[in-house]
Design a binder for this molecule. Sequence first.
Ligand code: CUA
Length: 184
Amino acid sequence: MAISPPTNRLWWKDPIHGIELFWIVIAFLWGLFMFFFMIAWHFIGQQNLSNETYKVQPSAYVERVDAFAEEFQVVDAAGKPVEEDGVPVVRPPAGGDAYIVARLWEFWPILELKKGESYRIHLSSADWQHGFSLQPTNINISIHPGYEHIITLTPTESGTFGIVCNEFCGVGHHTMTGRVRVVD
Ligand code: CUA
């Protein structure tokens, strides 16, 4: 009882009770097991995203995204660059690198990927912390300025996928969306 003072005031010098030691050992071993099982989740867990992360200067990252968009922007039959709502549509090379920058309050540019091809999708923020949630798939990570995440993925379905920012980032947060198109 904690209400009354302990009769033995040097209670912490008592030898530990067997049953308590037993549970401490179990909890410790379970902790170790769960720690090393993280490696197994990498292979058998559907919910864990495997990605690489590097440090990057936000301004340097934006420069790379701009150069990427300029090089691979889709042009129509008349040779005019294709945009949707003022955001360029960019078709990265199959098997290559693709870049998206998150910033107040947009995901830029719109990617057009080919089904069955694998891509390295680079993600970073130009300004603030944002969330990257690719709907309706289970791809969901935080995006921080200064860190570049690379997700290797192979789209298995064609269609238009929405990107939603799911970390509160200011008054325009609820308008911060983007798109990834997958074509056959
Ligand atoms: Cu970006 Cu919320």
